[in-house]
Design a protein around this ligand. Structure first.
Ligand SMILES: [Mn+2]
Length: 263
């Protein structure tokens, strides 16, 4: 079984991305792929909040080709910041999308550096994926279920929306992504009965899998006593039904890759 690694939200932290890939033996100093048949999954949110989002996307796109040629693979999910970026690219000031993107950490340099190749790559990203008994989605949110009843249906709905020029469709999609903490009991996380775990189970029953892996909500939002600099491992919560891999790299987290157990 080839190793499977998962990387949380990069948010323009190119240098940290390079470091975690090197630490895990996936690239060498020249930034060439050395991961052989390893599989690497990104949870989305490559861009915004940090200055080198497009360079990060660029690196991942190149490594994707190299990994594939060597029997490995790199995959990524769509994050809400890819959607924000795409909406600003596509609509500009129309509908207020550009202002909304800037308010949410948009970097003008990234917009200037984005080519049609980066844009098409982002547009093609799936919203969800099943990986053995893991259900991967960017956000710890329930709204995915409103786009379809299977992973394939949700992804098809997202792909259709990429080519929809209706402002309202994009507004709704971006609004949906403001949801977080769906699986986390913020006020009583240690109770025997967990509402968060019940909601996670609902998603797992719908889409399959035994555990949800997500990014979107930095781990320190769930463990407020933890300094961002100390976040080096995922947070397993909701009676083990959820794994948060967002190391909060833009907040000062060093970043990490989560290697799936048994791989
Ligand atoms: Mn996000």
């Amino acid at each position: 079984m080839p190793p499977i690694f998962i990387c949380g939200d990069v948010h323009g932290q190119y240098d940290k991305l390079v470091r975690v890939l090197r630490e895990n033996g996936l690239i060498r100093e020249t930034l060439a792929w050395t991961g052989a048949d390893a599989q690497l999954w990104f949870m989305g949110d490559f861009v915004d909040r940090g200055e080198d989002g497009i360079p990060a996307v660029d690196l991942v796109m190149r490594l994707q080709r190299e990994a594939e040629a060597q029997g490995g693979g790199i995959h990524a999910l769509m994050g809400n910041h890819e959607l924000l970026f795409l909406s600003a690219y596509q609509f500009g000031r129309r509908g207020g999308f550009r202002q909304a993107w800037l308010r949410n950490g948009g970097e003008e340099d990234d917009m200037a550096r984005a080519t049609i190749h980066h844009i098409s790559w982002m547009q093609a990203l799936p919203a969800m994926a099943r990986l053995g008994d893991k259900l991967l989605m960017h956000a710890d949110a329930l709204f995915y279920a409103s786009y379809g009843r299977t992973v394939e249906q949700v992804n098809a709905a997202f792909t259709r929306m990429m080519f929809d020029e209706t402002i309202g469709v994009w507004e709704t999609m971006l609004d949906n992504f403001s949801e977080r903490f769906a699986f986390y009991d913020r006020h009583s996380p240690s109770r025997a009965y967990s509402e968060g775990a019940t909601r996670a189970q609902h998603m797992l029953n719908l889409f399959g899998g035994k555990q949800i892996v997500h990014g979107h909500t930095p781990i320190v939002y769930m463990k407020e006593e933890l300094p961002p600099q100390m976040v080096r491992a995922p947070l397993v919560y909701a009676n083990d039904s959820c794994i948060n891999v967002d190391g909060g790299m833009f907040m000062g987290g060093p970043g990490f890759l989560y290697r799936l157990p048994g791989t």
